[in-house]
Ligand binder design. Structure first.
Ligand SMILES: NC(=O)C1=CN([C@@H]2O[C@H](COP(=O)(O)OP(=O)(O)OC[C@H]3O[C@@H](n4cnc5c(N)ncnc54)[C@H](OP(=O)(O)O)[C@@H]3O)[C@@H](O)[C@H]2O)C=CC1
Ligand SMILES: CC(C)(CO)C(=O)C(=O)O
Length: 337
């Protein structure tokens, strides 16, 4: 199934229930360790690098209560894979989806793709490429990676639904990626779940990095919760006008639940900013504002857009600090929205 390279011993397999996780980051590593711990066939595939390298990495997963799982996971890059024989799960950053959709499309076999990424509209590149087995998950979990250790907390089961495909295949996919401590559940209402989670992320992924604070702030601080409530209220009006029946109370409950379970954990956008990496804010605050604009509702999303712009400035500032030579790339590209 994949080629041998260098001195690394890699097991060859012909199974068609292999799970290929693309994106060896905080979520990808956590999922890989959990699957391997439960006896599943899994490999990690690098999302941003494609040098044909194959490695066997020891990854430690820390769960709530101090429980630890250590597993050796095979890490490949795309060019080491001739064809997929199983399910492809994307835990890579969504801004890489255009390139990945094109690359994966070249291996034109029938494999299903599951997107486990935050944000609105992230499936578009795969739909444009004509994928016909496309599934979307919404993660209710929080994961933070440092070197080869990942700290993971599940908030609740993560729903997965059909974008293109069948309910029977969805059920099989959910069974193949679900484990007791990282649980997925099939849903017929994935669009609603995507909006609910995107609204939650619009709050967390802008407010927490701007305050430079952990995810627990909303259950600890009533002023932060009031700010969250205002953002949720505006987003819900936009969603409802777009025909998505979400409600503010349910979303606030979800936000508080995450805030409690993920107290002390950092939102992915804050992890990205601190590491000098790009963020996914385009598919959160900016995408909601874009949808509001298309319905002449942009007055409502002014604050949301401002928070998004501040995240871009903070992210670009940190990137320049870490790599002064990229100054000219970021300059002028930031505030044109
Ligand atoms: N961490 C969390 O708590 C949560 C994260 N999410 C979502 O899950 C997804 C994964 O997040 P997370 O694991 O935290 O992110 P990380 O940054 O830890 O990992 C993401 C991985 O994406 C890959 N990647 C980065 N840039 C590109 C690119 N341009 N093209 C292709 N691949 C790229 C890299 O893989 P490689 O190293 O293999 O090159 C990177 O390791 C995101 O959409 C995030 O919003 C959702 C809920 C919670
Ligand atoms: C809100 C949170 C922590 C929960 O899943 C998340 O989506 C993230 O870290 O990006």
């Amino acid at each position: 199934m994949y080629q041998q390279s260098g001195n690394h011993a890699v097991q060859m397999t012909n199974k068609d229930n292999m799970v290929y996780i693309i994106g060896a980051g905080a979520i990808g590593k956590a999922l890989a360790v959990m699957l391997k711990h439960n006896g599943r066939d899994v490999v990690l595939v690098r999302g941003s690098v494609d040098d044909g390298r194959i490695a066997n990495d020891e990854i430690t997963l820390e769960l709530a209560g101090g429980k630890k799982y250590v597993q050796t996971i095979t890490v490949l890059t795309l060019s080491a894979i001739k064809r997929f024989e199983g399910t492809v799960v994307l835990t890579s950053k969504s801004f890489g989806n255009d390139k990945l959709a094109a690359k994966l499309g070249k291996r034109n076999n029938q494999f299903p793709i599951v997107l486990l990424q935050n944000g609105l509209g992230i499936e578009a590149p795969f739909l444009h490429q004509g994928y016909h087995a496309l599934y979307r998950g919404v993660l209710f979990a929080t994961s933070q990676a440092s070197k080869d250790t990942v700290s993971f907390r599940q908030v609740s089961a993560s729903p997965v639904g059909v974008v293109k495909g069948s309910v029977a295949a969805l059920n099989a996919i959910v069974a193949s990626i679900s484990t007791p401590e990282f649980t997925f559940s099939p849903t017929a209402a994935i669009e609603k779940a995507v909006w609910q989670k995107t609204i939650i992320n619009t709050v967390f992924n802008s407010v927490c990095p701007l305050l430079d604070i952990d995810n627990g702030i909303f259950h600890r601080d009533e002023y932060a919760l009031v700010l969250a409530r205002n953002i949720i209220s505006a987003c819900v009006k936009v969603a409802n006008s777009a025909g998505i029946a979400v409600n503010a109370h349910e979303i606030e409950e979800g936000l508080l639940q995450i805030s409690k379970v993920a107290d002390g954990q950092l939102i992915s956008t804050l992890q990205d900013i601190r590491a000098g990496r790009p963020t996914e804010i385009e598919t959160l605050n900016f995408e909601i504002d874009k949808i509001a604009q298309s319905m002449q509702m942009q007055e409502l999303t002014k604050e949301i857009l401002l928070l998004g712009k501040l995240i871009k400035i903070k992210s670009a500032t940190q990137q320049r600090r870490r790599a002064p030579h990229v100054r000219s790339i970021a300059k002028g590209k930031m505030l044109n929205k």
